[in-house]
Design a protein around this ligand. Structure first.
Ligand code: FE2
Length: 237
């Protein structure tokens, strides 16, 4: 099972605050059947350079890898990525490609919560036009959609990849939008968006059981297949 969205790296953002917590998070993920984790710390180009972020991320990943060396947890595939805040002009920045998930041209984008005006659509479109694969992070959570469901139409028409948080499958307020994506056969990948071992624990295992029960095993399998194809580069080919 692949977890496409996590804040598992230690001391880099508002996720895991230390190596011990990251090791616990890794162990908890393994228990649920996760074998591939994409580490997606927050990144915002308005506050930090890409070079600085990469340096910080590499150091955090190294600390975690060292801590699990020689244990069963070492077998979990850890890919480096980022949850990139969409800002005006982002796609035109030099080194934009370095924000992609390791070994791929996929980029996990966090949209503004509410301000979905033309620049948001243009920016996502520009990334696509440059042959990147934008994946919209936790698409069900934005207040822009809550206020006006039509705001999602353009993204649906663009046939983008959408990431849904596993925890959202347990919340009534997201039922309508999730059902809509599944009904419209949109490309979905799952992510836990786990931040810690207390308030935002990984619940991918439970979510997949729920998805299988509610929508059918084939839907859960499709989500996983999408994740695998995005990682190995065969998506869309
Ligand atoms: Fe996140």
């Amino acid at each position: 099972m692949t977890d496409f969205h996590t804040h598992i790296l230690p001391g880099i953002d508002d996720g895991s605050q230390n190596v011990e917590t990251s090791v616990q998070m890794l162990a908890f993920a393994k228990k649920q059947g996760i074998d591939t984790i994409v580490a997606t710390p927050h990144f915002n180009i308005e506050y930090e350079s890409i070079e600085h972020f990469e340096h910080k991320r590499a150091r955090a990943a190294e600390a975690l890898k060292t801590a699990v060396k020689g244990t069963e947890l070492e077998k979990i595939k850890l890919l480096l990525g980022a949850e990139v805040a969409l800002t005006p002009g982002l796609s035109r920045k030099e080194s934009f490609n370095r924000l992609c998930m390791e070994g791929t041209n996929c980029i996990l984008l966090e949209l503004p919560m509410n301000d979905w005006t033309s620049w948001v659509y243009n920016e996502v479109y520009a990334a696509m036009a440059m042959s990147y694969i934008p994946i919209l992070a936790h698409i069900e959570r934005y207040t822009a959609i809550k206020a006006n469901i039509k705001k999602i139409n353009i993204f649906e028409e663009m046939d983008l990849c959408f990431q849904i948080n596993s925890g959202s499958f347990f919340q009534f307020k997201y039922k309508k939008i999730i059902n809509r994506f599944i009904k419209n056969r949109k490309t979905i990948v799952l992510g836990s968006d786990t931040h810690n071992m207390t308030t935002r624990k990984n619940d991918m295992g439970n979510a997949v059981s729920r998805i299988e029960k509610k929508y059918g095993k084939h839907i859960a399998e499709k989500f996983e297949k999408n994740a695998k194809m995005l990682i190995d580069g065969s998506f869309g080919t």
